[in-house]
Design a protein around this ligand. Structure first.
Ligand code: SF4
Length: 205
């Protein structure tokens, strides 16, 4: 029997990415003894189990309120901060709309998108492929952050002063450009270097 892997997350709220005890209880009780549950660096749990259990397990997890996402070469669910400044100041509704819009697209290499509700950036948005930082009532987008390897780099400012309604279209455009023009297994930071920031800015504006 072949095994398969998928990702789960409880989403985010004020206080961060919080699992409820009953969600973890259901998870532990239905996946079976041989399942592997891995904590990733991007606020998802990866669950690996026998393929014949897949649909039933996913359905039961959804019923607890957990989100199910694909594992591997896809856009990850939004890696958000803890919204310590409160829902309005930190932009919780905008972050939730962004999270719903961007997760689960097939891309040339895994794409991490981060969000911070203020310039303190405690969710490390500048180390993500795409990072959003709320600055008062506007939003800045950084691209090309890369936290891995000895050549780790911080993201570079891509666009600034965006209104909330401009944010999702710009990021969806970036994802689409990566889908259409990225090479197989190419990291997003390399893709930006190859395409150049200027051409990407032109393409999304
Ligand atoms: S990024 Fe700002 S609003 Fe979000 S948890 Fe950190 S300090 Fe609070």
């Amino acid at each position: 029997m072949s095994r398969t892997k998928f990702a789960i997350t409880p989403g985010f709220e004020i206080g961060g990415t919080l699992f409820k005890p009953e969600q973890l209880a259901v998870l532990g009780s239905i996946v079976g003894e041989d399942a592997r549950i891995e904590l990733t660096t991007f606020k998802q749990l990866y669950v690996e189990l026998e393929e014949d259990q897949l649909e039933e397990v996913k359905q039961k997890l959804r019923e607890t309120g957990l989100e199910i996402h694909p594992a591997g070469f896809f856009t990850k669910s939004l890696i958000a901060c803890n919204f310590c400044r409160g829902a309005e100041d930190a932009g919780l509704d905008v972050a939730k709309a962004l999270g719903d819009a961007i997760a689960g697209y097939e891309v040339p290499s895994p794409l991490k998108i981060g969000y911070a509700g203020c310039a303190l950036g405690t969710s490390e948005p500048l180390l993500k492929d795409i990072g959003v930082v709320k600055m008062k009532d506007k939003y800045d987008i950084y691209v090309g952050g890369e936290g891995k390897s000895l050549k780790a780099t911080v993201g570079v400012l891509f666009m600034s002063g965006l209104a909330a309604e401009q944010l999702i279209p710009v990021i969806l455009q970036l994802i689409k450009l990566f889908q259409q023009n990225g090479r197989k297994k190419e990291k997003f930071s390399k893709f930006i270097e190859r395409m150049t920031m200027e051409k990407l800015r032109e393409a999304v504006s």
